[in-house]
Design a protein around this ligand. Structure first.
Ligand code: CP3
Length: 319
């Protein structure tokens, strides 16, 4: 999950001198920020410092973070979906992502070989919401309206985004990431029958294309809503489901899972953190195929002593 960012004083120090976009697009800065949580907490894996919106920049959209959250200047009109075809040509995308490849390879070189480097992309539905709305939406209504009114174009849009994402992830893999994660951050806004019928295939299009190269982790914020329909993902190139904090961590008994401490636990005192982390470990930590993680990205209010207590609890757990 997101592990770098504003809760870290060393991130804040850099962030005073540079914009978020500068930090993402200057490889030396992106690499430094990627390594900050590893240096401080000795975590097992680093998540390359970037953002899901970078692929839209590569497609030629003007992406900005000037007001905090992401924004694109010229959101896609559903009538223009076919125009994406030329925006997603592989050479065009890779040609605009030299900074990303450099950030990955510099970080891979700096990281000990025992530590993994994780690359990522948005899942197509989540990215499509940004593409149509131009910013983080409260209800993601535009993309669902397209799903209801014009299912064929909706599917076409998701597949075009999936194809762009395959190029984007292959570039990250070529540059040295050891695993990739797909983020379906807005999955919980979709009725569960439609999530299965209209959306999962666009995720498999990506996972099946890259899973021979590296393991694919699939985060869906909405695992509890879609729980009955998610087990099939393991048959489609996905190595592990990353589940949010609302589903019991042992729901998929014998399947590899990642998760799922509530990010809000990290606002609490260290004793509470130890108790809550131990509950997860006791439920799932004794079986293979478990990656301890948060159930969603770390929040700016997370306490450093809480993160330390979490890491210590995981390291000391004896299955
Ligand atoms: O180094 C790492 O740990 C990787 C970090 C990472 C970022 N974005 C950095 C970031 C990752 C994995 C992402 C993915 C991302 N970006 C997602 C999917 C994951 C999720 O959390 O659901 C989404 C939906 C986005 C879009 C996005 N980017 C939003 C909604 C925001 C504003 C968030 C906020 O907390 O204000 C961003 C900006 C962003 N991306 C920040 C960081 C560290 C904050 C930027 C800052 O002001 O310093």
């Amino acid at each position: 999950m997101r592990q770098a960012g504003r809760y870290l004083p060393e991130y804040q120090r850099l962030r005073k001198k540079f914009t978020f976009w500068e930090m993402v697009t200057k490889p030396a800065l992106a690499s430094e920020v990627t390594l900050q949580p590893i240096e401080r907490f000795d975590l097992d894996a680093a998540v390359i410092f970037s953002d899901i919106m970078v692929i839209l920049h590569a497609m030629g959209y003007k992406v900005s973070f000037a007001s905090g959250g992401p924004e694109i200047a010229d959101p896609l009109n559903p009538a223009d979906i076919d125009s994406l075809q030329k925006k997603i040509e592989p050479d065009r995308i890779t040609g605009r992502l030299d900074f990303y490849a450099d950030a990955v390879s510099q970080t891979r070189t700096a990281l000990k070989s025992s530590k993994s480097l994780v690359g990522f992309a948005a899942a197509p539905y989540t990215l499509a919401s940004y593409l149509l709305e131009g910013k983080t939406s409260k209800n993601h209504a535009l993309i669902r309206a397209l799903m209801y009114s014009d299912p064929e174009n909706f599917k076409k849009l998701l597949n075009l985004i999936a194809d762009a994402s395959i190029t984007y992830l292959n570039l990250q893999i070529d540059a040295g990431v050891n695993a990739v994660q797909l983020f379906d951050s807005w999955a919980d806004s979709v009725p569960t029958d439609l999530y299965e019928k209209m959306i999962l295939s666009s995720i498999y299009r990506i996972s099946e294309a890259v899973s021979e190269r590296v393991p694919v982790i699939f985060f869906t914020k909405g695992a509890s809503l879609h729980r009955e329909r998610l087990e099939q993902v393991y048959d489609h190139g996905i190595s592990a489901l990353s589940i949010d904090w609302r589903l019991p961590v042992d729901f998929y008994k014998d399947r590899p899972v990642q998760g799922n401490l509530d990010p809000a636990v990290l606002f609490c005192d260290p004793d509470t953190v130890r108790e809550k982390a131990t509950e997860i470990l006791e439920k799932r930590g004794h079986k293979p195929g478990f990656i301890f993680n948060l159930g969603h990205g770390i929040l700016p209010q997370a306490r450093i002593d809480a993160v330390e207590a979490m890491v210590q609890t995981v390291r000391n757990f004896k299955p």
